[in-house]
Design a protein around this ligand. Sequence first.
Ligand code: AMP
Ligand code: ZN
Length: 467
Amino acid sequence: MKIYNTATGRKETFEPLVAGRVSMYACGPTVYNYFHIGNARTFLFFDVVRRWFQYIGFDVRYVQNITDIDDKIIAQATLDVVPAAQVAEKYATAFIEDTNALGIEQPDYQPRATQYIPQMIALIDELVKKGHAYELDGDVYFAVESLPGYGSLARKNLDDLKVGARVAANTRKRHPSDFVLWKAAKPGEPKWDSPWGEGRPGWHTECVVMSQDLLGDTFDIHAGAIDLIFPHHENELAQARARTGKPLANVWMHGGFLNMRGDKMSKSEGNFFTARDVLQKYDAETVRLFFLSKHYRSPIEYSPELLDEARTAMANFYDALQFVGWKPGNDAQASWSDEAKARRDEFIAAMDNDFNTARAVSVLFELARAIKNEKDYAIELRREFARLLVDLGGALGFFTDAASRLEVGGALTGKLLDLLVGYRIEFRSRKMYDMADRVRDDLAALGVELKDTRDGTVWSVRHDEVE
Ligand code: AMP
Ligand code: ZN
């Protein structure tokens, strides 16, 4: 299995620290607002990474934090005239609700920054004692020049950083890139006691402490979107190296942005749709398919047209399953026919090649086409393709609720539809074609489509109509 590693700039063969296990940390949200559909792209992709590792047999330990103390939270609390903790609690709850609604599985651990303040103070204290950090009027800064190789992750060097920062160089920091580990509290701000007075930890310290506490000094994969490479991940790495002399993670994975008219979707620019809003219009699987149809490192432009296409494609998958009477059960079978295996191997090869979901999704499309192709494939094979479609799709987070989605209103609906299909057959056999057509047309008006196949008449429900 190959993964593109930001730290080396290459696709590399993945070597887990412990055979059969993956330890993985993805930076979570700063909870001061509802998250947008751009953030959702990143959360959703790492949900797929986790699912894929599980599918191929790894035991995954997945940590995603919640940043529940930060300048942005304090600013929002000031606007709302409520305590910062109340803002954080409200949007942390919303984050969990919205990720659930997106079909994202919750991480194994979801640490919150405010639960780790003593450990953060301990790290900062250690860095000060080792000469990697210094205090300035109640703030504590990391001294980037104290750590040879600072900037390696983002491929930046200190001289260039100094030149770039000259205009804003009006602080007493030793180097303009020195970053804050501890911030002195201003009046009215949330605060904790520390050796440097009352204050709060900086964001970069939060993530390094939580990840190392739950995954160890060095873990397999550290993840986020590309905006986090610098300074956030560089600064996490710097603290870890200064503390242990070892890298924080072996692989650094970064996803591309969701853009709006060419610019990164972002809360601060105001060019965003919340995940909540988008889920009013599109179901979770449609959103998932829209994102996974592109490679995770490519930018994606937000596009209602492409979302509509993804919705039609999803309906088509369900239609294919219905077409051959797929029922829940042993989708992950131990052995597959040569025809099925060839497609499965192609899917696995795509995913093992740096999570090429675009290619993997195209294998799913091909399976759906084959399932409906009565001319070239026998019904047994098409049923096997349907099981494979659900099995492989499941590895990307699709079809997790296929049984109930196909049943629509439950068993009774299915029985009533079978009854109507039976009436139509009866009408036709009595040459009452107007009545037979009326059954078909009335059902069509309700979004139920009838198809006459070699295996009899089958009905399917157009999901965009019923949702
Ligand atoms: P934030 O709450 O802003 O710290 O972002 C949470 C996660 O979403 C981080 O991993 C960011 O890198 C990621 N992110 C932010 N904006 C976008 C975007 N437009 N497209 C994809 N990922 C994003
Ligand atoms: Zn982080």
